[in-house]
Each structure stands twice: as structure tokens, then as C-alpha cells.
Design a binder for this molecule. Structure first.
Ligand SMILES: Cc1ncc(COP(=O)(O)O)c(C=O)c1O
Length: 390
């Protein structure tokens, strides 16, 4: 019996269906321009929305932490892996999000995988938006609670499903900014239902922090409902330009997660270097609000430029979907844009539904208007050309 037969066949199937994936190796820092295969490319796909991965003062803070603390944390958070830089970051995060406390996890993925099973268990119900991120889906599965998926942002469907399960303990969870479509959760509707039915409310601010709200504080600031969500989860790996995940909320939430979230307890903590970088990034968002302002201006400008050229799209966030449909066509359009120096990969199943492939443009505060106009023109031309070729 060939042990690898099934696996090889599956890889073949993925190739045949244009769903096979490979890494793209970047040969420079993650900035608005990157070097890829020896060429300069305009980066239109990075989650480093504020261009913080290579920011001078953040690098300085990281370098200082490296000199003082070295490279590793040496233990898990509850053993030897909590340095003063870890607690300083948590204090900064809690202040930034207007909450009593914050708990830092190793990644956003680990945060969702820790928070949901800690808070919910067999017999509980988790109501989860159908377009939630994979880390939420996995967190729901790990919790062993009944997971009830409601239609995307459909509060009537959500309420119907809650009413079908009267008196059950549980939680409603949603991406704050949806990671592929770039639209925002109906946070006012979600929190109202959670409060009305005695459920916990949780949003994932991975793509909201540093992007939405007048000063980049995320979804609650955007909707003017500060302090209303029970659990604000997020990541330090996107606009913050570092890595790590977090939960912000009450002291009770923080104490509970530190005692019950397995991905917090049983994993070596992040390096002090990362903590120092993330803290400095949060401070910079506060000290220099023009960065968030410029990102938001770029979003409006780019959507306008696309619409002028016949590409129907709109977004209030740094994620701008350009819908293509067939996987093969999306790959072709992305390839043609790459040839022309624009780095915009195709997003395909299983990240989005089959037959709903798209280009996912992601903007940075440091893109210039000229760069965004030329990208919009290239996208419109390429989509039209790929359509003509069938
Ligand atoms: C909505 C959402 N939540 C969580 C994550 C996971 O965060 P991290 O990359 O820090 O693991 C991501 C993306 O990676 C995401 O898009």
C-alpha cells in the first residue's frame, strides 16, 4: 500500500481545480514597494496597513528591547515568559481600547483558539457569522459548544436562531471587519441582541484596529459605541506591524483567560522584541493620528478611482474586494497584474466560496494617490482583457 497515494491525488486535484497554493517569496521589507523575483512591485496586498513593519521609531524600540532582553522569552506566560515589556504592552492595549485589561496571545489565531473554548463549553451556544475567519471557526469547534452559523450580517436571522434556543448560555462572535470582503459587522445590532438575550458579545478587530474609527481605535469607535462589546479580540500582526493576538475587556475576563485559555497557558510567549515593537506602534497611532487619516483618505480615493473605471466596489476599510468569479480567471488577472508590477494575489476557495474568487486589494497609509490611480487603471484594463480572452 502506498502511504502517500491519497495525499498525492489530493494535490493533483487541487492543481486541476486551480486551487493549488504556493508561497510567494518577498526579497525585501514589507512596505508599499517590495522586491519580488528581482523586480520592484507596488504592494497592494499587505495587512501592514499603516506601513509599520519598517517604521524607524518602531524598529528603534525593537532594537533597544533586543539589546536589553535578547531574542526569546524563555517560557510560557505563567512560568517565566512574562517580562515587564509584556505587561507594558497589555496596559497600553487596554488603554488604547478603553478597557480595564488586555491579555496578549501569541497570534490572533491562537487568541481565538484560546478565548472561545475558555468562555464556552458543551451545552452552550456560539452564534457565529457565516463569513467569520477560520480561527473563529476553529475556536468554536474546539469549545464543543453548539455552533450556530447565522447569515452574513443578518440580524433578523441571528435573532430567529437565538429565539429557537431560549435560555441557553452563550456568545455571539463576528469579525469586526470581514477579512476577505472588507465590510463591517453590524456591531450595534449584534450588541443589542447580545444584551437583550443575556449573551456575551465578541468581535475580532484584526482588520479594524489602526484602520477604522476616527483615531483608529476600531469598530466601537466607528459606531460611537465605546465600551459596549464584552470581548474585543484582535491581532498585532496587521496595522500594528508586529505579531501577536489579544483580548481586551474587564479584569474578570483577563483573569479568567489567564487561568483557562489553553493557547495562553501552554505556549512559549512572544519575544520581548515583539512586545516593544507593538507597544511603540500603538503609541504612534495615538501620537500621529494623521496616519490613520491618510489611510482612510486612500481608501476613499482608490474606491473612487476603481468606480470611475467601471469596477463596482466600495469599502470603508483597507480591504477592497474586486470580484472576479472563476478561479482560473482570477489567477490569470492576478498574474497579468503581477507582470505589470502590481502585487495583488487572487483569493480562492477555501478562503472564499467556490466560484467566488476575487482580487483582494489592501491599502497602506503610505501609498500615494498616483500609485493608487495607476493601480486602479491597471486593474480595470486587466479585468477587461481577461474577460475578452474568456
Ligand atoms: C479576522 C482575522 N482574525 C484572526 C486572524 C489571525 O490573526 P494572526 O495572523 O495574528 O494569527 C486573521 C488573519 O490572519 C484575521 O483576518
Amino acid at each position: 500500500m502506498d502511504k502517500w497515494k491519497r495525499i498525492e491525488e489530493e494535490l493533483q486535484t487541487l492543481r486541476r481545480q486551480h486551487l493549488y497554493r504556493e508561497t510567494k517569496v518577498i526579497e525585501s521589507a514589507q512596505r508599499s514597494h517590495v522586491r519580488y523575483q528581482g523586480r520592484d512591485m507596488l504592494m497592494l496586498a499587505s495587512n501592514s496597513y499603516l506601513d509599520f513593519c519598517y517604521e524607524g521609531r518602531i524598529k528603534e524600540a525593537a532594537a533597544q528591547a533586543l539589546a536589553e532582553y535578547g531574542t526569546g522569552s524563555g517560557g510560557s506566560r505563567l512560568t517565566t515568559g512574562t517580562t515587564i515589556l509584556h505587561t507594558q504592552l497589555e496596559e497600553t492595549l487596554a488603554r488604547f481600547k478603553g478597557r480595564e485589561a488586555a491579555v496578549v496571545f501569541n497570534t490572533g489565531f491562537a487568541a481565538n483558539g484560546g478565548i472561545l473554548p475558555a468562555l464556552c463549553r458543551a451545552g452552550d451556544v456560539i452564534y457565529s457569522d457565516e463569513l467569520n475567519h477560520a480561527s473563529i471557526i476553529d475556536g468554536c469547534r474546539q469549545s464543543r459548544a453548539e455552533t450556530v452559523v447565522y447569515r452574513h450580517n443578518d440580524m433578523a436571522d441571528l435573532e430567529r436562531k437565538i429565539r429557537e434556543r431560549p435560555g441557553r448560555q452563550g456568545l455571539i462572535v463576528s469579525d469586526g471587519v470581514f477579512s476577505m470582503d472588507g465590510d463591517m459587522a453590524d456591531l450595534p445590532g449584534l450588541v443589542e441582541l447580545a444584551d437583550a438575550y443575556g449573551l456575551l458579545s465578541m468581535i475580532d478587530e484584526a482588520h479594524a484596529t489602526g484602520v477604522v474609527g476616527a483615531t483608529g481605535r476600531g469598530c466601537e469607535e466607528h459606531f460611537h459605541m465605546e465600551g459596549r462589546t464584552d470581548i474585543l479580540m484582535g491581532t498585532l500582526s496587521k496595522a500594528i506591524g508586529a505579531e501577536g493576538g489579544y483580548a481586551c475587556g474587564s479584569h474578570i475576563l483577563a483573569q479568567y483567560l489567564k487561568n483557562r485559555a489553553r493557547s495562553y497557558i501552554f505556549s512559549t510567549s512572544l519575544s520581548p522584541v515583539t512586545m516593544a515593537a507593538a507597544k511603540r506602534a500603538l503609541e504612534l497611532i495615538e501620537e500621529e493620528p494623521w496616519r490613520v487619516g491618510r489611510l482612510q483618505e486612500n481608501i476613499r480615493w482608490f474606491c473612487g478611482q476603481l468606480r470611475e473605471r467601471g469596477i463596482e466596489t466600495d469599502s470603508e476599510t483597507a480591504i477592497i474586494p474586486i470580484r472576479i468569479g472563476a478561479e482560473e480567471k482570477a489567477l490569470k488577472v492576478s498574474g497579468m497584474l503581477m507582470e505589470r508590477g502590481f502585487f495583488i494575489p487572487a483569493i480562492r476557495y477555501p478562503t472564499v466560496k467556490k466560484g467566488e474568487a476575487m482580487l483582494r486589494a489592501a491599502l497602506m497609509a503610505t501609498h500615494t494617490k498616483e500609485e493608487l490611480s495607476s493601480a486602479a487603471a491597471a486593474i480595470a484594463e486587466t479585468v477587461a482583457a481577461a474577460g475578452l480572452e474568456g
